[in-house]
Design a protein around this ligand. Structure first.
Ligand code: ADP
Ligand code: MG
Length: 279
């Protein structure tokens, strides 16, 4: 229709100008504007929320579109730095403002798209980290509501879990037996401590435990990057070796060191990836 065409034109213009995208007015727009799967749209509607919260209406359009096309800062140096980073969004919004749905909806939308190309093989493509078991439980519960009938599996990481990895056709029978007993889900939700210890335990394996992870969400990022959790959080981030890894950080307060830490992690990771390319 004419209206749609005009909207598409406006969207294009926004992208050219490198400004923030038009906010999401209503959850209805998820499907019309961003092609979110019908089932996912329905599961969002099922939550009974009429209007998106402030953080949702601002963050959803950025994450559901190509975040790189919305570099917020027009100055050249900043734009260049942001463009080469793998951070989609650094979000600061008060407690209770609905940040969980703001990161879950785009994550689900992306994974539903990815799964179409994966066919019957299921790889873990997203990791969500949060500082406490309670938060991990809450995020998982919200995720399960969105996952209903979408085919997406989300689970809370528990001690002793074996993480799944995909095998090549010529892998040994032993590898195949291990593969059988491992957890195969799309989204893992964990505290840094539990996931870090599992990854350390599986270190000796010939396979990288999480090679397909393309999205990392740091919820309560200020806490995840404070001295108590920082080493584990960054170690996990560094182990995610997918070249297209995208990271988003969410917090109620953001210490000034968070951006610096994120940048140095990106630099370190890039160096390591470059080295492994040379090998
Ligand atoms: P935050 O992580 O920002 O502290 P949460 O994601 O935990 O906030 O959300 C706080 C509460 O608000 C939850 O009970 C959640 O279900 C609810 N909520 C989320 N989105 C909306 C919305 N659009 N309208 C009304 N309530 C919402
Ligand atoms: Mg929260």
């Amino acid at each position: 229709s004419k209206k749609e065409k005009r909207k598409a034109k406006e969207d294009k213009k926004e992208q050219k100008q490198n400004v923030y995208p038009r906010p999401l007015e209503k959850f209805h727009a998820l499907r019309q504007r961003f092609g979110v799967a019908q089932r996912l749209q329905e599961n969002v509607s099922e939550q009974g929320y009429d209007l998106a919260t402030e953080v949702q209406l601002a963050a959803l359009p950025v994450l559901l579109d190509d975040p790189k096309s919305f570099l917020p800062l027009p100055t050249e140096s900043n734009a260049a730095a942001l463009e080469s980073s793998c951070i989609d969004l650094l979000t600061v919004a008060p407690t209770g403002s609905g940040k969980t749905l703001a990161f879950l909806i785009p994550l689900f939308s992306k994974i539903m798209r990815l799964r179409k190309s994966q066919k019957d093989v299921r790889h873990t493509t997203a990791v969500i980290l949060a500082p406490t078991k309670e938060l991990v439980g809450q995020i998982t519960n919200e995720g399960k509501k969105l996952a209903l009938n979408t085919g997406i599996k989300i689970t809370q990481v528990r001690k002793g879990m074996r993480l799944g990895h995909s095998l090549a056709a010529d892998d040994s029978a032993e590898d195949k037996a291990e593969e059988e007993s491992s957890v195969k889900v799309d989204i893992l939700v964990s505290t840094p401590g539990v996931l870090h210890s599992i990854l350390a335990d599986q270190e000796g394996d010939t396979h990288n435990a999480l090679p397909a992870v393309q999205s990392l969400v740091l919820d309560e990022a200020d806490v995840l990057l404070d001295p108590l959790f920082r080493d584990q959080t960054l170690a996990i981030w560094n182990k995610l070796s997918h070249a297209d890894l995208r990271v988003s950080l969410w917090s109620a307060t953001m210490g000034s060191n968070v951006e610096d830490l994120a940048r140095s992690t990106i630099a370190e990771r890039r160096k390591r990836l470059a080295e492994s390319d040379v090998e």
